[in-house]
Design a protein around this ligand. Structure first.
Ligand SMILES: Cc1cc2nc3c(=O)[nH]c(=O)nc-3n(C[C@H](O)[C@H](O)[C@H](O)COP(=O)(O)OP(=O)(O)OC[C@H]3O[C@@H](n4cnc5c(N)ncnc54)[C@H](O)[C@@H]3O)c2cc1C
Length: 459
């Protein structure tokens, strides 16, 4: 069983990482990657300890909806990289039977890759999103021939990749990159129809990182994001060689959308689990801010909190329904319900901005302007902060300050901005969920109801 320490040591493998225009020499100690590296290590330790909710191995395939629910719940307690590793493994299991129909060797490669991830305790980042260039053009019509990651050479030993995958969560801290096409490729676009596993330290891989980490001196005014962080990677593949035993798809355009579809489904299930958790946090913050401001009996405040309560409950209902209505592949692997997963992800993402607005409205302008903890500790200013930041009885200046800092961090600062964008785009934008939801909705039944209501004969 790999411990957090083993994991941190494993990152010293020659990987090429950059951030803010400079090279990261040591990802474990660099000020902008230290916290997320430690959080992944803590995730390893939690899984190694085997205590609830980690009483099953991270990648053990759930065999019942209850086991799936427990696995998804457990993931809300750990780092994002544990999420993306679980998502990758479940997606590979989901596509393996379809790969068998194409070529049994590919299906077996996918299965044995998941076994290897589990045996070696590796962490995986999911690389779907291409640079894409001009969005109105197909991959084969782009000015830059590698706007979509492409196979540029093929030998008896494997393939050579060129291109980039953007916004890749946790890439700098993973061991493996699970690479797959962004979308369905057409005939003539075979070079973009590639799915494979690439070690993060493979020659030719360079990762430019971004981080929403607060860059000031004192983390205490950012109580959520100082603990909850993960860099996103702009991953460049500059003629990266991938041996055949790591290639799951090479040129079969008819299969190209399968991977993104499977990963989209699993990614969205993870997203709604996170959203349900964060929506509960939002309810709590709204209620706490109302209490701190002495506004719990004010009608418009109560209505806004009720709306956040309903939002949280609907997102959680979608999660529960997606898990309760699982299907299974011919291998017997569980797959969450497409319609409930996509409808819940859409609702959670589309309404998040309104819920953030309610929270900021209730908490007040000090969300943006509340002084720092250091001002509270300063002998020159502390008394002012205590006195004038105080709210209702029971909420002295310090307590109210801490509530305001948490609201600011969660919805109104660097991490809050990241959260607004990732809620909308992570796991694919709103349009993707609209398409999948409509595709899986029982439209014929709805039409039959409508024909009957209108007095028309059945179609
Ligand atoms: C914080 C964060 C983390 C992420 N993590 C990962 C990750 O780990 N792995 C990964 O692979 N990806 C990741 N993503 C990427 C995410 O999946 C994409 O951002 C998302 O799919 C949208 O793609 P895009 O950003 O290229 O935007 P675009 O595709 O450019 O979309 C922008 C808008 O244009 C519309 N649009 C685009 N093309 C067309 C068209 N042809 N016709 C009509 N409308 C169009 C879209 O619907 C959308 O409204 C992450 C994103 C974020 C923000």
């Amino acid at each position: 069983m790999i411990t957090g320490d083993d994991y941190l040591k494993s990152l010293d493998d020659g990987r090429v990482l950059h951030i803010d225009g400079r090279r990261i020499d040591d990802v474990v100690t660099d000020p902008l990657t230290r916290v997320p590296a430690a959080s992944v290590a803590a995730g390893y330790d939690a899984v190694a300890a085997g205590l609830p909710p980690f009483d099953r191995p991270l990648l053990a395939p759930p065999t019942t909806p209850l086991e799936l629910r427990a696995a998804v719940d457990a993931l809300t307690h750990v780092d994002m990289l544990a999420h993306t590793t679980f998502t990758s493994a479940m997606s590979l299991r989901t596509v393996a039977p379809a790969l068998d129909r194409l070529d049994p060797v590919s299906g077996e490669r996918a299965r044995s890759h998941v076994d290897r991830l589990a045996d070696e305790g590796l962490r995986v980042a999911t690389c779907i999103t291409d640079a894409k260039g001009d969005r109105s053009r197909h991959p084969g019509e782009q000015g830059d021939p590698e706007s979509y990651l492409a196979v540029v050479d093929r030998t008896s030993d494997g393939v050579v990749l060129r291109g980039a995958k953007l916004h890749i969560t946790g890439a700098a801290l993973a061991h493996e990159l699970f690479v797959m096409p962004t979308k369905k490729m057409r005939a003539g676009e075979e070079r973009f129809a590639v799915a494979c596993a690439v070690p993060v330290n493979a020659p030719g891989v360079t990762i430019l990182n971004t981080s929403y980490q607060f860059r000031g001196a004192d983390d205490r005014s950012h109580p959520i994001s100082s603990r909850r962080q993960m860099p996103e990677g702009f991953v460049v593949f500059d003629d990266v060689f991938v041996p055949w035993d790591r290639v799951f798809l090479d040129g079969q355009v008819e299969m190209s959308a399968r991977f993104a579809h499977a990963i989209g489904l699993w990614e969205r299930l993870g997203s709604i689990a996170d959203m349900a958790h964060d929506a509960d946090l939002m309810v709590g913050l709204a209620q706490l801010a109302a209490e701190a401001n002495g506004l719990t009996r004010v009608e418009h405040v109560r209505q806004k909190i009720s709306e956040i309560v309903i939002y949280a409950t609907l997102v959680r209902s979608g999660l529960e329904a997606a898990i309760a209505n699982t299907a299974s592949t011919s291998d017997g692997n569980l797959v969450p319900d497409e319609l409930f997963t996509n409808a819940a992800k859409y609702h959670g993402a589309a309404e998040f901005g309104l819920m953030a607005r309610h929270l900021i409205d209730i908490a007040g302008g000090a969300v943006a302007t509340a002084p720092a903890i250091a001002d509270l500790e300063s002998p020159e200013t502390g008394a002012y902060v205590r006195r004038y930041m105080a709210g209702s009885p029971g909420f002295g200046g310090e307590d109210r300050l801490r509530v305001l800092h948490a609201v600011r961090d969660f919805v109104a600062d660097s991490y809050g901005g990241w959260r607004a964008v990732t809620t909308l785009h992570g796991g694919g934008g709103l349009h993707a969920q609209r398409l999948v939801a409509r595709f899986h909705y029982p439209m014929a039944e709805a039409l039959a109801l409508a024909r009957d209501a209108a007095g028309l004969s059945p179609a």
